[in-house]
Design a binder for this molecule. Structure first.
Ligand code: HEC
Ligand code: HEC
Length: 439
C-alpha cells in the first residue's frame, strides 16, 4: 500500500512537472511567434562598434568612446557657469545620472545653478543665489541617453537630425529654435546636437584646459587626423560624446538575454507582460525599435513640466507644443516622440512633463485612456487613448516586463572609476560632494 502511494505521488509530481514545463514551453514559443524575427529587437553590444548605428562623419572607434566616457562626467570642463562659485561643478551626468537610468532622478534636470545630489539626483535643488534666469534647466524632463543609437531625430520634438524623419523640415531649421540651424552641418544627429548641448550646458574645452586636466593624450588618440589647432574643441568633444552615448546599449537586460536565446533570463510573469506588450495591448505599435522607442510622434495628452512648478518654463514654452513647436505644422501640435523603455525602473518620474511618479501610474494612465492636459485639442489626441480594460493581473504582468524585464542591472560598466581631474562627479558642488562622500 505504502509503495503504491509513493508511486502515485511520484507520478503526480511528474505530471505536474511536465505540465509546468509545457506551460513554460508554450509561453516562450508564443512570445517568439508574436515577436517574429528576434533580431529586430536585439541591441548590439557596446563593443560591437561596427553593428551600432552611427554617422558616416563620425565612425565609432574605441578611442572616441573611451574619451566620451570621461567627458560625459568630467566636471572640470564646466567652465562657463553663471556664477563663478559654480566653476567645475557640473557635467552631462548631472542631468543624465547613470544610477537613475541616465535620467535626472528627479522631475527636472538642473545643472549649473543646481546644488546637491542625494543618492541619484533626487535631492538636487536650485542654489539660493542664482536667479531663475541664470539656472541651466529646460522645459521638458531629460530623456535617457541609453540606446540612443536608434534615435534618428533627437529630443522630444525630434528637432535635431538632418535626414530620416526630418527630411522636408529644412525650411524650419533655425526658424523657431536657433539651435536647429546646426542641422545644416549634416554631420550626424548627436554630433550636431551635442555642439549645442555643450554651449547650453556651459561646458567648454581648450588646449590649455585639456592639458591641465590630463586629457591631451586621449584627444590625440581619438582625433589623430584633426589638425592640432582644432583638436581640443566643442566639435571634437561632441564627436567623442556622441560615440560614447551611441555605445550605451542595455544588453544585460533580461529581455535582451531572452532574445539572444537564454529563455530562463525572464520570469514567467515578465514573459506574460511581454505577451501583452507585443500582442493584445499593442504597445509595440509605437515602441517598436530595438530600444523599444521609435521615431514617431503622438499626442498622449499628458501634462507639461511647468505644471509642476519647474524652473525656466511656462505655459508659453514652445516645448509644450512637441513636434509642432519645431515644424510649426498644425498636424504636429502636442505630439512627442515615443521614448525608449529600458531601465525606467531606476527612477521616476515619467512622460515629457514628469506628470507620473511611478510606472504603476503610467500603466493606469494608458489603461484609463483619458487625456489629462486640457490644452490638447480632442482631434490631436492619439487613437490609442481609450480604455484598455486591463485586469489587475495584466497590469502586474505588464509592470513586471517593463520594470524588471527591461532593466539592465549593470549600467555601472559605462561609468569611469575616477576622473582624470580627480574631481567629484557627476556633480562637484559642496553639497553634492557631501552626498556622494567625495569629501
Ligand atoms: C540641465 C540638464 C541637462 C544637462 C546638463 C544635459 N542634458 Fe541632455 N537633455 C536634457 C533635457 C531636458 C533633454 C530633453 C530636452 C527636450 O527634448 O526638450 C535632453 C536630451 C538629451 C539627448 C536626446 C536624447 C534623445 O533620445 O533624443 C541627448 C543625446 C543628450 N541630452 C545628451 C547630453 C549630453 C551629451 C550632455 C552633455 C554635453 C547633456 N545631455 C547634458 C537635459 C540635460
Ligand atoms: C500611439 C503610440 C503609443 C502607444 C501605442 C504606446 N505608447 Fe508608450 N509612449 C508613447 C509616447 C509618444 C510617449 C511619450 C509621451 C509624452 O511624454 O508626451 C510614451 C511614453 C511611455 C512611457 C514613459 C516613458 C518615459 O520615459 O517617461 C512608458 C513607460 C510607456 N510609454 C509604455 C507604454 C506601454 C506599456 C504601452 C502599452 C500599454 C504603450 N506605451 C503604448 C507612445 C505610445
Amino acid at each position: 500500500m505504502r509503495k503504491l502511494i509513493v508511486i502515485l505521488i511520484g507520478g503526480l509530481t511528474l505530471v505536474v512537472a511536465c505540465t509546468f514545463d509545457a506551460l513554460e514551453f508554450t509561453i516562450d514559443r508564443e512570445l517568439e511567434q508574436l515577436i517574429g524575427d528576434r533580431s529586430k529587437y536585439i541591441l548590439p553590444r557596446s563593443n560591437e562598434l561596427d553593428k551600432i548605428p552611427q554617422s558616416i562623419s563620425n565612425p565609432l572607434t574605441e578611442e572616441k568612446v573611451e574619451l566620451g566616457k570621461f567627458l560625459f562626467f568630467e566636471t572640470a570642463f564646466g567652465v562657463e557657469p553663471s556664477q563663478h562659485s559654480h566653476l567645475h561643478a557640473f557635467s552631462c551626468g548631472t542631468c543624465h545620472v547613470p544610477a537613475a537610468g541616465f535620467r535626472p532622478g528627479t522631475f527636472q534636470g538642473v545643472a549649473d545653478g543646481g546644488y546637491g545630489f542625494g543618492k541619484k539626483g533626487e535631492r538636487r535643488i536650485k542654489y539660493p543665489t542664482y536667479t531663475d534666469d541664470e539656472v541651466d534647466a529646460q522645459g521638458n524632463r531629460p530623456l535617457s541617453v541609453l540606446n540612443v543609437a536608434f534615435v534618428n531625430v533627437s529630443m522630444w520634438n525630434g528637432s535635431f537630425g538632418s535626414d530620416a524623419e526630418n527630411e522636408g523640415t529644412e525650411d524650419m531649421w533655425g526658424v523657431l529654435d536657433p539651435a536647429t540651424e546646426l542641422n545644416n552641418l549634416r554631420i550626424g544627429t548627436f554630433e550636431q546636437q551635442n555642439i549645442d548641448g555643450l554651449e547650453v550646458h556651459r561646458i567648454n574645452y581648450s588646449k590649455h584646459l585639456v592639458e591641465q586636466f590630463g586629457y591631451k593624450e586621449m584627444f590625440d588618440a581619438a582625433f589623430p587626423d584633426v589638425p592640432e589647432e582644432e583638436r581640443y574643441s566643442r566639435l571634437t568633444a561632441s564627436f567623442a560624446l556622441s560615440a560614447y552615448i551611441r555605445a550605451l546599449t542595455t544588453t544585460e537586460a533580461p529581455f535582451q538575454k531572452w532574445l539572444r536565446g537564454n529563455e530562463n533570463a525572464m520570469s514567467e510573469q515578465q514573459k506574460k507582460g511581454a505577451l501583452l506588450f507585443f500582442g493584445k495591448l499593442g504597445c509595440v505599435d509605437c515602441h517598436n525599435q530595438p530600444n523599444l522607442g521609435s521615431n514617431t510622434f503622438h499626442a498622449l495628452g499628458v501634462k507639461d513640466l511647468w505644471e509642476r512648478g519647474a524652473l525656466k518654463t511656462s505655459v508659453n514654452d514652445l516645448r509644450t507644443l512637441g513636434r509642432g513647436g519645431f515644424t510649426g505644422r498644425e498636424e504636429d501640435m502636442f505630439k512627442f516622440r515615443a521614448p525608449q523603455l529600458y531601465n525606467l525602473a531606476d527612477s521616476g518620474p515619467y512622460f515629457h512633463g514628469s506628470s507620473k511618479e511611478t510606472l504603476e501610474e503610467v500603466i493606469d494612465y494608458f489603461n484609463n485612456g483619458v487625456a489629462e492636459n486640457d490644452r490638447v485639442p480632442e482631434e490631436q489626441l492619439s487613437y490609442y487613448l481609450r480604455p484598455l480594460g486591463m485586469t489587475n493581473q495584466e497590469k502586474e504582468d505588464l509592470l513586471a516586463f517593463i520594470r524588471d524585464g527591461l532593466r539592465d542591472p549593470n549600467l555601472q560598466r559605462f561609468v569611469p572609476n575616477e576622473l582624470r581631474s580627480g574631481l567629484c562627479f557627476p556633480n562637484n558642488d559642496p553639497l553634492s560632494r557631501d552626498d556622494m562622500g567625495c569629501n
